[in-house]
Design a protein around this ligand. Structure first.
Ligand code: NDP
Ligand code: 8X3
Length: 252
């Protein structure tokens, strides 16, 4: 049976790997992000794999762009079976008294408000069909806090809470919600957090093997392909060398 998945933040990292894993499993795909060129390149790659693909270039922080992209879908693409709310970022790593307001706003606007805008636009389509599955990319930072991670951790705690709240609200419409909480995953995440400083970005992975986007994608695909009476509510996935948000064994 044909299924459609909508993956936000598909231009890089976990989202990109998830799009490829889903295509391999035969999903037709809506993929989104702000970088048109990367979206187009991925769309070509996925099309080569034999699935239907529609790239949607928009910024999740801009509610009007979100609504226009989703309302503009034709009837075929509106039958979204799976939404992966993956677009997100950390910007900066500073104690609360030194934090930059602009960094805070980017994280809050993307990780909380952006996820809400997309969910608000897509969930009524699922309610109408009385089925669907929403996967939210939270983080180990949504379970714990760590030094200087304050606002990023707060946004991911919000995602964790929203996953539980969505699951509760959407229960009677046969819509499942899975919260995914990874530890360290080597993607563009750290480069974005450290604003292009590759040295600082690489340091976090020194002497240890982090997860890859593909490792997380594998788990997301597993979660959305269980029998219909099964829901994986909350999944914490860590590198073997990491036990919690703070403790990592490094072999230097
Ligand atoms: P990447 O930086 O590699 O990917 C982030 C994706 O989000 C990109 O495709 C980017 O696309 C998109 N994105 C960011 N801001 C916006 C925006 N305003 N509008 C639309 N799209 C946006 O990071 P990851 O793959 O690692 O991150 C994916 C998710 O996983 C995030 O929510 C992150 O918080 C979470 N996560 C990551 C972990 C890690 O260690 N890497 C661990 C736990 C959770 P573009 O720039 O084209 O807009
Ligand atoms: C990303 C993982 O530990 O850097 O969410 O916050 S961490």
């Amino acid at each position: 049976m044909e299924r459609i998945a909508f993956i936000t933040g598909a231009t890089s990292g976990i989202g990109r790997a998830t799009a490829i894993a889903f295509a391999r499993a035969g999903f037709n795909l809506l993929i989104s992000g702000r970088r048109q060129k990367l979206l187009d390149e991925l769309a070509a790659e996925l099309t080569e794999m034999g699935v239907r693909v529609l790239p949607l270039c928009f910024d999740v922080r801009k509610q009007q762009e979100v609504v226009a992209a989703i309302e503009g879908l034709d009837d075929y693409w509106k039958d979204i079976d799976v939404l992966v709310n993956n677009a997100g970022l950390a910007v900066g790593l500073a104690p609360i008294q030194d934090g930059l307001i602009d960094d805070w706003e980017r994280m809050i606007d993307t990780n909380i408000k952006g996820l809400l805008y997309v969910t608000r636009a897509v969930s009524p389509l699922m309610v109408k069909r009385q089925k669907g599955h929403i996967v939210n990319l939270a983080s180990i930072a949504g379970k714990e806090i760590y030094p200087n991670g304050n606002v990023y951790c707060a946004t991911k705690h919000a995602v964790d809470a929203l996953s539980r709240a969505m699951r509760n609200d959407l229960l009677k419409y046969n819509i499942l919600v899975t919260n995914i909480a990874p530890g360290k995953v080597e993607t563009e995440f750290s480069l974005v957090r450290f604003k292009g400083n590759k040295g600082a970005a690489d340091k976090g992975y020194e002497g240890m093997q982090p997860l890859s986007g593909e490792d997380v994608a594998d788990v997301i695909l597993y979660a959305v392909t269980r029998p219909s009476h099964v829901c994986l509510n909350d999944i914490v996935i860590m590198p073997s060398a990491q036990s919690n948000a703070r403790d990592v064994i490094r072999k230097l």
